[in-house]
Design a binder for this molecule. Structure first.
Ligand code: UDP
Ligand code: MN
Length: 255
């Protein structure tokens, strides 16, 4: 049987949430044997997300965990101040370990997919055979056209990155997948929500794998199959002006 790809996605309520989740869920529909673990950063499961999942046609698990206030980025904070989505990814890992307990030998892959990135369907076939940790380039990230592991003689020897190449694993969240077996064999490994900027991925990968063991994919890390796109925050100037006159858009229409 095809190894299952467990995709863990943190998500939070904002104007573009439904658009983001619609886009990635419809990408995932093209991927066989994919199980989406969607983790809301909220005190409870919302109706918007519950209904979207129910209609998605995907195999999914719906979870939620609220990021504690002191760990959350505040309005006006620079976006690099605190890692985002750490508790939600950990909640996804907790569920996965619990629900696959006793299935240590199951072939499976775990991938952390943020809701705003752009994923090629091809990426999922690249990661499906992951033995420990597979890696590939990520486009439009870190102030670069792309970042990637540099491969020589079939092995990763260093990383092409614009910033702090000395980090243990200077890889974006979108640039690696881990085998289910490795996740289950290391029940304590998780993301450190207090990790300094740029070290969140390292906090998880450090205990799991060495650079030499990384499995390069996407034609020896020469092809970009995932992009760290970011969605502009929509302006609501007109909406607010109309609201003042009692002419705002119908709040009953879900956007
Ligand atoms: N996220 C979240 N709670 C937040 C902010 C972000 O769950 O308060 C999620 C978000 O939906 C995304 C992931 O965490 O799936 C990474 O966030 P974002 O895309 O904003 O990070 P960036 O692209 O700036 O690194
Ligand atoms: Mn993002």
């Amino acid at each position: 049987p095809l190894p299952t790809i467990y995709v863990i996605t943190p998500t939070y309520a904002r104007l573009v949430q439904k658009a983001e989740l619609t886009r990635i869920s419809q990408t995932f529909l093209h991927v066989p044997q994919l199980h989406w673990i969607l983790v809301e950063d909220s005190p409870n499961k919302t109706a918007l997300v519950s209904e979207l999942l129910a209609r998605s046609g995907l195999t999914y698990t719906h979870l939620h965990v609220l990021t504690p206030h002191d760990r959350k980025l505040q309005e006006g904070d620079p976006s690099w101040l605190k890692p985002r989505g750490a508790e939600q990814r950990n909640e996804g890992l907790r569920w996965l370990r619990e629900s696959t307990r006793g299935r240590q030998r199951e072939q499976g892959v775990v991938y952390f997919a943020d809701d705003d990135n752009t994923y090629s369907v091809q990426l999922f076939e690249e990661m499906r055979g992951t033995q420990m940790v597979s890696v590939w380039p990520v486009g439009l990230v870190g102030g670069m056209r792309y970042e990637r592991p540099v491969v020589e003689g079939g092995r990763v020897v260093r990383f092409h990155t614009g910033w702090r190449p000395g980090r243990p694993f200077p890889i974006d969240m979108a640039g690696f997948a881990v085998s289910l077996r490795l996740v289950l064999a290391n029940p304590e490994s998780r993301f450190d929500g207090n990790a300094p900027m740029g070290f969140l991925e390292s906090s998880f990968l450090q205990g799991l794998v060495t650079m030499e063991e990384l499995e390069p994919r996407a034609e020896m890390c020469t092809k970009v199959l995932v992009w760290h796109t970011r969605t502009e925050k929509p302006k609501m100037k007109r909406e607010e002006a109309l609201q003042k006159q009692g002419l705002g858009s119908d709040p009953g229409v879900e956007v």
